[in-house]
Structures are given as structure tokens and as C-alpha cells.
Design a protein around this ligand. Structure first.
Ligand code: GAL
Length: 520
């Protein structure tokens, strides 16, 4: 049925600009934020079952956020242009490119057996002329070294091919030499060639692949809030184009990875397992019972959680974003269907759906349109002002399970510079995960975001997501395990959530830092 795609997508704009950390300073948190999300203070929940044999305990990082030196990328151009960004630079980050040995040893010290990392397209192919015949051989060698070191530390790698960052030769922000990046369908072929290169070059070391990280978040950042390159504000038509091109590109890359990676690196019978990392949120109507609010919530859930997965699992592509696939040109596409081997889920938070009317445009940019504290929602929150809501994790897992595929949590974490929140966050979220497994969901792994503090895109270095905190002032970027690292290791060692730890971390205090959120 036809509805205005702009109406639907504008609803997404409202939610996702805040999901990405848009809209100025947070201000003081109300006392209500002290409330617990899960069990009442000091209540110890009943014991929960063990995680299954072979469960992948991991952490996650992304090239631009940890490596430094990615100067042939659109994000490097963007840092110099972005007016709403922190003004900080990825080059001043944790320098994983040179310090990976220490970081991988630290990952192993947590007793994790898996690591999600990325291989950066612009690092290996810095110019159009280099692609695909003349890769930067030093960069290729370094990635081989990193993968080999990961294996030497007992870490099964999961590799992301695109994590928000595109080579300048495909996405050039300079007006004179402009390139349209993901708006140009030419990127579909190029991405398939990039996937083919990675499959053949790295397939002997890698079995777990992620083609694209958070397609809808990429669009929200680049085309709705404008905090990511190309910095377009509320440009819904261009945003839709990008989503469509990413869906096609994923399907083509899926085929390329399966064709090119025939080596079963971990001898488990599966040489290549391919997915995306899908940003999935829990949703509530801002005004429960209000028809428009409920409708807005369902739209958000569909557009943010489902539209991409529906396309690459069922082949049903909702080209006009109207919440159905019964319009001309939307019939099941066999070139899209069946292009997902597992559902990669990134879960961070709860969002509210509100009535924003047919004429959305004046309302979309409202500051704090989705700030839960401002709307009276009684949840603790992180240094980034994001609400902590572990029951929503279970809701999202149930939603992901609908596809009938194994599920892997490809990201889950929080900004917490002094680790006063992270221990309980881990307990609550992993308890939900264990309970879901106990209830029969097929969940294969959990990757905590992040192994180390890193460059949080437009927000720079204030939000600290690392299990290991990095001293960015020190010459050698000293790493130090936070208290969350210890709790994570204890959970991994027990292979369940030791519920007695709830007594040690009975509540969430107020965050001691409030990081400015930048965007609109
Ligand atoms: C995700 C993203 C990561 C990281 C994380 C924390 O959306 O994939 O790169 O920034 O959020 O905000």
C-alpha cells in the first residue's frame, strides 16, 4: 500500500539522530535516572543456565575508530570539515595499527576466544588506480600479521568489510572532485570486487564475515542528522537510495565471499558465514495507548530493525519504505533472498515512537525528541545519556529469532569512563542472553563493544566504551583494565552469569561524566 515514504522515514530521522548521539548537551539527569532497569535494588535473580559449548565470547573494534592513519578515507576528509563534530581526530586514538599485539594479549587475558575487527578498504586500496589489481602490499601484510596474532592468542576473527568508512576515490567530499559514495549504484559492483578480494586474500584466516556495519545508522548519520559524511541534513531521498544500494551491495558481496572463501579456517565445516551488523533497538510508544504514537513506534521498529533483514533473508524489498512489499517492482527478488547466514545484532538502547504528524519536517529536528529522561522515562543512563534497558535486549533477540537463523550479538556496550555502570550492565545484558538461550533461541556468540576506548565518530574521545581504558594523553597510549573487564572475565570463566555478583553491583549510580552529544 502506498504511503508517503517521507512520512515514514522522517519518523526514523527523529529517532536515529538521537540514537547516534545528536542534539547538543544533555544537561543534568533527573533523580529518576537512579532507578534500576532490571531487578529491584539488591535483588538476586534466580540462577540461569550455561552458555552452549563453543559459544563465541568476544569483543569488537572497527578500523577507523582504533587504527589511525586512514587518510584515504571519507571520514578523514570529514574530520576537517565537520562543523558539529568534537574537533578531535582519529589519528590521536589508541593506535591499534602499531599496538595490536598488546591489545590482542589483553583480549586473551579476558579469556575471550573471538574478536570482531575490520579490514579497511581505503587502507588497502587508497586510490582508484590501485583497485583492484594493485593493493598496498604493506597494508595487506599488516592485516595478515594482525589476523595471525589474533589466532595465536586463541581469538577467532570476525571481519567487517565496511564500518561507516569509504575510500575517497568512491566518496569524495571535495566539491571539485566529488564522488557520491553509496548514492552511486556503481559502488555495488565495486563492493562486490572488494569482498571478492578479501575472500581470496584473507579467507584462509577468516570464516566469520560482516559485509556492512549498521546500514540504517550509516544513513541516519550521513543523510538525516548530518553528523557523518557527507553531512546531509534530512535528505530522505538520498538516504533511501543509499539503503537500496547497500542492500544490493550486501547481496553481491555475500555471493562473492561464498565464492571466494573456500578455506575452512577453524575446521568447523563452514568456510564462510556472512551477515551484516544490524542496529536493533527496543521501542515503546511515547504515549502508550495513543494511536499515532503506537503507529509511529511500529514504523520505527519496522524501518530500523527489519527492512534490511527482510530484504536479504526473504528477498522482499520494500522500495518505497511503506511497510509492505505489494507495490510494483517489489516482488520477491531471488538475487536478494537467502543472503544471510546468521543475524548479527548490535543492541544498545530503547527508543520511543512519538506522533509527529503528516507534516513532519518542522518537527524532525526537535532537540531531545527521543531523550527518554525528558519524556519521563525512568531508566538509568550512560555517560552518553543513553538509557540502559536490558529487557529490551531480550525483545530484540526475539525479533531477530523470527528469521530462523542463528544469532550473533555483534555489538553491545556502553559509554562509561569510570566503570561504575559497566559491571551491572554486563550482568543484566548477559543474563538476558543466557535466559534467551535457555528458552531455546539459537545464539552463537557475544561481542562486547569495545575492547578499548576509541574514536566515537562525531563525539570523539569523551564516550569511553572500552573494557580497557586508554590514556590518550600518554605517549604510549597506556591501556588499563576497567572493573567491567574483570566482571566479563568472571562471566566467561563461569560460562554463565554468576548471579551472586548482582549483590556486589546492586544498582546503577548516576554517571560521573556527561559527554556532549553532537549532531544537529
Ligand atoms: C555502533 C557502531 C560502533 C560504535 C558504537 C558505540 O553503532 O557500530 O562503531 O560507535 O555504536 O556508539
Amino acid at each position: 500500500m502506498m504511503k508517503s515514504p517521507a512520512t515514514l522515514v522522517a519518523t526514523v530521522a527523529l529517532a536515529l539522530t538521537t540514537a547516534l548521539g545528536a542534539c547538543g548537551d544533555h544537561g543534568a539527569l533527573p533523580d529518576a535516572a537512579r532507578a534500576d532497569a532490571g531487578f529491584p535494588d539488591a535483588t538476586i535473580p534466580p540462577p540461569v543456565g550455561e552458555f552452549p559449548a563453543g559459544f563465541l565470547w568476544g569483543t569488537a573494534i572497527a578500523p577507523y575508530q582504533v587504527e589511525g592513519g586512514l587518510h584515504a578515507s571519507d571520514w578523514h576528509q570529514w574530520e576537517a570539515r565537520c562543523e558539529v563534530c568534537s574537533g578531535e581526530h582519529a589519528d590521536d586514538g589508541p593506535d591499534f595499527w602499531n599496538r595490536y599485539e598488546d591489545d590482542l594479549a589483553n583480549a586473551a587475558a579476558l579469556h575471550t576466544g573471538a574478536l570482531r575487527l575490520g579490514i579497511d578498504w581505503s587502507r588497502i586500496f587508497p586510490t582508484a588506480a590501485s583497485f583492484p589489481a594493485s593493493p598496498d602490499l604493506d597494508a595487506v601484510r599488516r592485516y595478515h600479521d594482525i589476523l595471525a596474532a589474533a589466532r595465536a592468542h586463541g581469538l577467532e576473527p570476525m571481519v567487517t568489510l565496511h564500518h561507516f568508512v569509504t575510500p575517497i576515490w568512491l566518496h569524495d567530499l571535495e566539491p571539485k572532485t566529488a564522488k557520491a559514495g553509496w548514492e552511486d549504484p556503481a559502488i555495488i559492483d565495486a563492493f562486490a570486487v572488494w569482498a571478492d578480494f578479501c575472500a581470496r586474500e584473507f579467507g584462509a584466516e577468516v570464516d566469520w564475515w560482516i559485509t556492512i556495519n549498521e546500514p540504517l545508522a550509516y544513513v541516519a548519520g550521513g543523510y538525516l542528522s548530518g553528523a557523518f559524511p557527507p553531512g546531509a541534513g534530512l535528505d530522505i531521498d538520498r538516504g533511501i537510495l543509499v539503503v537500496m544500494n547497500m542492500i544490493e551491495a550486501h547481496a553481491r558481496a555475500y555471493d562473492a565471499l561464498h565464492a571466494g572463501d573456500s578455506v575452512d579456517a577453524d575446521a568447523d565445516g563452514a568456510p564462510a558465514l556472512v551477515s551484516i551488523a544490524q542496529h536493533m533497538s527496543a521501542f515503546r510508544p511515547a504515549t502508550p495507548g495513543d494511536e499515532e504514537s503506537e503507529r509511529a513506534t511500529e514504523m520505527l521498529r519496522y524501518l530500523l530493525n527489519r527492512i534490511f533483514l527482510d530484504a536479504v533473508v526473504y528477498g522482499a524489498l520494500d522500495r518505497n519504505f511503506d511497510m509492505d512489499t505489494d507495490d510494483a517492482g517489489e516482488q520477491v527478488d531471488p538475487m536478494l533472498a537467502g543472503r544471510l547466514d546468521y543475524v548479527g545484532v548490535n543492541y544498545y538502547r530503547l527508543l520511543l515512537g512519538a506522533y509527529i504528524g503528516e507534516n513532519n519536517y518542522p518537527l524532525i529536528g526537535l532537540p531531545f525528541g527521543n531523550d527518554l529522561h525528558q519524556q519521563g522515562v525512568d531508566l538509568p543512563s550512560t555517560d552518553f545519556g543513553w538509557p540502559i534497558y536490558a529487557p529490551g535486549f531480550r525483545e530484540v533477540l526475539d525479533e531477530a529469532a523470527v528469521y530462523g537463523l542463528p544469532i550473533v550479538i555483534t555489538e553491545n556496550g556502553l559509554a562509561d569512563g569510570d566503570d561504575t555502570l559497566r559491571p551491572r550492565f554486563l550482568l543484566e545484558h548477559l543474563y538476558e542472553l543466557a535466559r534467551a538461550i535457555q528458552d531455546g533461541l539459537d545464539i552463537r556468540g557475544y561481542y562486547h563493544w569495545s575492547l578499548i576506548d576509541n574514536f566515537e565518530w562525531a563525539s570523539g574521545y569523551c564516550p569511553r566504551f572500552g573494557l580497557y581504558h586508554v590514556d590518550f594523553e600518554s605517549a604510549d597510549r597506556t591501556r588499563r583494565a576497567g572493573e567491567g573487564a574483570e566482571v566479563y572475565r568472571r562471566i566467561i570463566d563461569a560460562n554463565t552469569v554468576p548471579v551472586e555478583l548482582y549483590g556486589v553491583y546492586p544498582r546503577y549510580p548516576l554517571p560521573s561524566t556527561l559527554c556532549p552529544r553532537v549532531g544537529l
